[in-house]
Design a protein around this ligand. Structure first.
Ligand SMILES: Nc1ncnc2c1ncn2[C@@H]1O[C@H](COP(=O)(O)OP(=O)(O)OP(=O)(O)O)[C@@H](O)[C@H]1O
Ligand SMILES: [Mg+2]
Length: 213
């Protein structure tokens, strides 16, 4: 994808709110990014309920993976150096549900920040803080509106609010394929390439590519 002396591409997936789909999106992004990719689990849920859980189920030899204990031990700067030394061109970082100094530190190192929310009250009320630190980080930001259920008034209201942000917004529907694919260590386009989930996550990857290429 890139020549050796160019910078690492760093994709940070975050949200202050829990359960909105950070690990799902980080895992998918790491598969799209290809074999020269490291997925870093910066979430202290570690092996229970984070991208580490997906990696444990995954048979494919990529992405490379650095666990939460690697992240704690080395810190982000040394871990990014290690990624380069290991031949990575892209690093995808899965984060805990926070918008604190540790997330700010990661967002500052991002080539692109992906901030995830859902069209419901609590996730949306947590979004401004995540976007505030994304703006302060000064890097391109993509918002993912995840788990959209059809024909909900909240979805229309959320769309209208997000349209005001002046940031790209990618929508992902609430689709069982996401969970099913992850449960067996796959991405949805590996699990069922012709599915709606596969089509939608492809749109997100193309939006990320516009920024990183
Ligand atoms: N678009 C979607 N459609 C249906 N289910 C989804 C979708 N995105 C995520 N999920 C499901 O929602 C749950 C939470 O997703 P995930 O673990 O990725 O969120 P998270 O933000 O990483 O959570 P945490 O804050 O606990 O780390 C999982 O069961 C996942 O399969
Ligand atoms: Mg997670």
């Amino acid at each position: 994808m890139k020549s050796q002396d160019t910078e690492l591409v760093v994709i940070v997936v975050s949200a202050r709110k829990g359960g909105v789909g950070k690990s799902t999106i980080a895992a998918h992004t790491s598969v799209f990014a290809g074999s020269a990719t490291v997925l870093i689990d910066a979430d202290d849920q570690d092996t229970e309920g984070s991208s580490a859980t997906w990696m444990q189920a995954r048979a494919a030899k990529f992405p490379m993976f650095y666990s939460y204990s690697d992240y704690k031990q080395y810190g982000i700067d040394r871990l990014l150096e290690k990624a380069k030394a290991d031949g990575a061109e892209v690093v995808v970082i899965d984060t805990p549900p926070k918008a604190d100094a540790s997330i700010t530190e990661l967002m500052r190192r991002a080539t692109v920040n992906v901030v995830v929310t859902e069209p419901s009250f609590l996730p949306l009320s947590a979004l401004p803080r995540s976007l505030e630190i994304a703006r302060a980080a000064g890097k391109p930001t993509i918002v993912v509106l995840n788990k959209i259920k059809t024909q909900r008034l909240e979805t229309e209201q959320t769309r209208a609010a997000l349209a005001e942000l002046g940031m790209p917004v990618v929508e992902l529907s609430d689709l069982a394929d996401f969970g099913r694919a992850l449960a067996i260590g796959q991405a949805v386009h590996e699990f069922n390439a012709k599915s709606k989930a596969s089509e939608q996550i492809g749109v997100l990857w193309r939006e990320i590519q516009k920024v990183i290429q």
